[in-house]
Write a protein that binds this ligand. Structure first.
Ligand SMILES: [Zn+2]
Length: 498
């Protein structure tokens, strides 16, 4: 990832940093007393993968929760929740994660009553794979103060039955309070699970991530984890509100980077033609002027801002707000980025190119979720059009919303193939080199880490991985067979040698 020396044979590391990169003879010449020589047997070394939009804290805490990823019907979910509840302290919420209503035999979301039948004596929350909707049991609704009288919050919806009673299903901002409450107690045990979670990431070659939704309470848990050396990889933080992921962080939030959700997730803000007119759907959390105001305030306070924007209307709102805010505060350009940008149009791509801010996209979603049928002029995950327009583009996983493995993301970006082998818009494929850059040096740039990370260059941190084969030499299909055999962070091997 260093254009002045794209390929080399060897590198020297000292005190956690790269001293030199070059040919074997050049590096061996640098040997000092007490050196160790690691012969990698001709395997390929890459800079450590960087995942600039990840939910490390959620993924780490998920090991306390009930995995419903592959549940096949509602009674299956009930059985898992019931069994888990038996082992959960009486004071804690029972939490399940990653159910997919389309994969359930019933083809519907579970209700509060379904969950009550499994867990009746305490609050339980079941989070959808999108992490933008969830089902609460009756005790969880009561604990969160959600009754038939509760109005839908702006940017959220409380699903109700024909009689007006909440069904338990909560969309977007309506899930904020129960979601935050459901893990408050569990967060106090973060340090117990942070080590294992960070090693899991390292086994995929990931050496640095940004956690894209950190509440102030969670930021204190991160501080504890760092103080005790529990994190084997670098984890940066993006701050959200104590009132939930989708609310704006307070001005007093700790940390440098703020996360603003411009639109919904599963119900992102789209605009498209129908019946001869343009219609809109989904949740838009900010109007352009309000978002511009928040950007200017954040920049003037020395902050960076990540704008979540998925639908074309969400991205258009973010782009318009950034354009307006830059007129008031031109130095903000390097302090804002747009994450996801899944549904674009040619016109939006042109505006993004003029704007010149980083876009952080998720090829893992393409692999996991497959093709989308979209109306009108909308392009879905047009990575190649974005790159060709000159828009700075990095990749990330959004794990646990998408697959964690960066090689899956690289494979999907290069082949446009989904988990089931279907090709989604093959003309939007990128080269292997471009996909690897998007997951290393460009990810480092998008995350503000490129001074220290993202390439193998003298002076940078010795964060790298060893691959079983050369991704630039193997066939595209074989990218999925490559294995990360070692990962090094700061010059220390954090995974076992093969
Ligand atoms: Zn995310």
């Amino acid at each position: 990832m260093d254009p002045s020396l794209p390929r080399a044979q060897a590198l020297a590391v000292k005190d956690g940093r790269i001293v030199e990169v070059g040919g074997d003879d050049e590096i061996l010449w640098l040997r000092e007393d007490g050196y160790e020589l690691h012969d990698l047997g001709g395997r390929t070394v890459l800079p450590g993968f960087i995942d600039p939009h990840n939910h490390f804290s959620i993924a780490a805490l998920d090991c306390f929760f009930v995995d419903c990823r592959d549940a096949h019907d509602i009674s299956d979910i009930q059985g898992r929740m019931r069994e888990a509840a038996a082992g959960v302290p009486a004071s804690e919420w029972v939490r399940g994660f990653c159910y997919d209503h389309r994969a359930l035999a019933e083809r519907r979301h579970p209700t509060r009553h379904d969950l009550d039948a499994a867990v009746s004596d305490r609050p339980a929350l079941l989070v959808h794979y999108s992490h933008h909707q969830a089902v609460a049991n009756s005790r969880a609704l009561a604990a969160a103060g959600i009754t038939r009288q509760t109005p839908d919050p702006p940017g959220g919806e409380i699903a109700r039955d024909r009689g007006g009673e909440p069904t338990g299903l909560l969309f977007e901002r309506a899930m904020g309070i129960p979601e935050a409450r459901s893990r408050e107690g569990w967060e106090s045990r973060f340090v117990e699970v942070a080590r294992a979670a960070s090693l899991r990431y390292a086994r995929h070659g990931i050496t640095a991530v940004q956690d894209a939704a950190v509440t102030p309470a969670m930021a204190r848990r991160y501080a504890e984890a760092r103080a005790t050396g529990a994190l084997a990889i670098h984890v940066g933080e993006m701050m959200v509100s104590p009132r939930g992921w989708f609310e704006a962080p307070d001005a007093a939030a700790p940390g440098e980077t703020l996360k603003l959700f411009v639109d919904g997730g599963y119900r992102c803000a789209l605009r498209y033609p129908r019946g001869g007119a343009m219609v809109t759907s989904g949740f838009l959390f900010y109007e352009r002027a309000a978002l511009a105001g928040r950007l200017v305030d954040a920049w003037r306070a020395g902050r960076r801002v990540t704008c979540h924007a998925i639908g074309n209307l969400g991205v258009e709102t973010a782009v318009g707000a950034i354009e307006d805010a830059l007129r008031a505060e031109p130095a903000g350009r390097a302090r804002v980025r747009i994450d996801h940008a899944i549904f674009l149009t040619r016109a939006l791509i042109a505006r993004l190119a003029d704007l010149g801010v980083w876009v952080v996209a998720q090829p893992s979603f393409l692999y996991d979720r497959g093709r989308h049928e979209v109306p009108g002029e909308i392009l879905v995950r047009p990575f190649r059009s974005v790159a060709e327009a000159g828009i700075p583009q990095a990749f990330s996983s959004d794990f646990p919303c998408g697959s964690l493995d960066p090689l899956v993301g690289v494979y999907a970006a290069v082949t446009r193939r989904t988990r089931t082998g279907e090709v989604a818009d093959g003309d939007q494929a990128l080269s292997v080199q471009a996909a690897l850059e998007a997951y290393t040096i460009d990810a480092a740039r998008a995350a503000g880490l490129a001074g220290e990370r993202g390439s193998l260059e003298p002076g940078k941190r010795a964060d790298f991985l060893v691959l079983s084969g050369d991704p630039l030499e193997c066939s595209d299909a074989a990218l999925l067979d490559l294995r990360v055999v070692e990962t090094w962070v700061g010059g220390e091997r954090v995974t076992n040698a093969p």
